[in-house]
Design a protein around this ligand. Structure first.
Ligand code: AMP
Ligand code: GLY
Length: 422
């Protein structure tokens, strides 16, 4: 079997790692990959947005299944392009990827499907957006509608802050084309949950639910980031809650997308707010695996992932994966200055004798003359897996502590809500 993973972050290292575990003899490629995927797969030096060269590589290497990690190539139509050439691809086409690439489109789909989400309105002119803000109760949330690498949502305590955010997007164009349309929505109270549904467009298989830690600093303070850590499973995500998410959120959204001529297959990621009443509201959808949640979720799968992704890609009946008992906690190590101006280049040292149960996934690293260096904002993700949550958290922390690079930024409190529940 010949497999190709598109992308080069921690999520893609985790995907290569899980696929390699299940397929010890397969030819696995990553494009562009990173030094971590390079230990498990053959890295192809092709950027994940170079559709022509990726299509050529799929052809040249006779790839049986392509798994697309990031949202950008999905929104650009890589899956359509490869499917058009008769290939098996895990990931939605460009039309369905709009569920992530346009928050304004996603809001419309949810409204038409009757899926609960924060009340909102979309604007492309500054004066109208400011007038809406002026009449809106506080707090409120301002979002760039397009793709903004996880940095396009601004939670505003006051209308004044919201007006500043709206001006930055529609006036100063600080988010470029992603901010040409802004979505202004009500603030949702509650606890966040990331639910990953593998789907062939009609049927879904849920992976263990995860919780991300988007803020930079301990206690969920500081600016939003791409994600500073995650854990799975989340005890808040009871069987009943997940059934409700499947019935009231995932299936109606998939049916609506299909009705609108944008059938979705691949991974539908529901970013949810669970309110005090226990009911889920959708904060956002993503059209791909989450990062860093994937680095916590995939180590809990004990077999069947390749078959599940392949079935979803082919549009046939979905098998079940085998899950292992236990918990996984992932701590992200970021570069100093992240998320605004990460400082790159420092030498990274990873000890050979990592604590038991610890796996390190590379994100922003590069190898230069055999020396591993910092090459991105989020540098590594350290996952601890154990029978219990507390041990997994301890393993992740100990692993994060053991890795060294100058100015390493990390949170010691990943999973604090779960710890508090226990
Ligand atoms: P998004 O880019 O839409 O995922 O938003 C990023 C983060 O902003 C979310 O993970 C939440 O923490 C927060 N957020 C977004 N929308 C809302 C909302 N309507 N109410 C409360 N928090 C929100
Ligand atoms: N961890 C959030 C995301 O992948 O969008």
């Amino acid at each position: 079997m010949r497999l190709l993973v598109i992308g080069g972050g921690g999520r893609e290292h985790a995907l290569c790692w899980a696929l390699r575990r299940e397929n010890p003899h397969a030819d696995i490629y990553a494009a562009p990959g990173n030094p971590g995927t390079g230990t498990l797969a053959t890295n192809l030096n092709i950027p994940s947005d170079d559709l022509d060269r990726l299509a050529d590589a799929v052809d040249a290497y006779g790839i049986d299944l392509t798994v697309i990690g990031p949202e950008v190539p999905l929104a650009m139509g890589l899956a359509d392009r490869l499917r058009g050439e008769g290939r098996v691809v895990f990931g939605p086409g460009a039309a369905a990827a709009q569920i992530e690439a346009s928050k304004s489109f996603a809001k419309g789909v949810m409204e038409r499907a009757g899926v609960t989400t924060a009340r909102s309105a979309s604007f492309s002119t500054l004066a109208e957006a400011l007038a809406y803000v002026d009449a809106h109760p506080e707090p409120l949330v301002v979002k760039a509608s397009g793709l903004a690498a996880g940095k396009g949502a601004v939670v505003c305590a006051t209308r004044r802050d919201a007006a500043i955010a709206v001006r930055a997007m529609l006036g100063e164009k600080r988010f470029g084309s992603a901010g040409q349309v802004v979505v202004i929505e009500d603030f949702l109270e509650g606890e966040e949950l990331s639910v990953f549904a593998v789907t062939n467009g009609r049927e879904v298989r849920l992976l263990p639910a995860a919780q991300d830690h988007k803020r930079l600093l301990e206690g969920d303070q500081g600016p939003n980031t791409g994600g500073m850590g995650a854990y799975a499973p989340v005890s808040l995500a009871s069987h009943d809650l997940l059934q409700m998410v499947e019935r009231d959120v995932l299936l109606p959204t998939l049916a609506q997308l299909e009705d609108e001529g944008a059938p979705f297959s691949g991974l539908l990621y529901a970013g949810l707010m669970i309110g005090a009443d226990g009911a889920p509201s959708v904060i956002e959808f993503n059209c791909r695996f989450g990062d860093p949640e994937t680095q916590a979720v995939l180590p809990l799968i004990d077999g069947g992932l390749t078959d599940l992704l392949d079935a979803a890609a082919r549009g046939v009946a979905l098998p079940h994966v085998q899950l292992r008992q236990g918990a996984a906690v992932t701590t992200v190590l970021a570069a100093p200055g992240y998320p605004d101006t990460p400082r790159l280049g420092s030498i990274i040292s990873i000890p050979d004798d990592l604590p038991e149960g610890v796996t390190i996934f590379h994100a922003g690293t590069r190898l230069e003359d055999g020396v591993l260096r910092v090459n991105g904002g989020r540098v590594l993700a350290v996952t601890g897996v154990a029978e219990g949550f507390a041990e997994a958290q301890e393993a992740s922390r100990a692993g994060a502590q053991a890795v060294q690079f100058e100015g390493k930024v990390w949170r010691t409190d990943i999973g604090w809500r779960e710890a508090a529940r226990a």
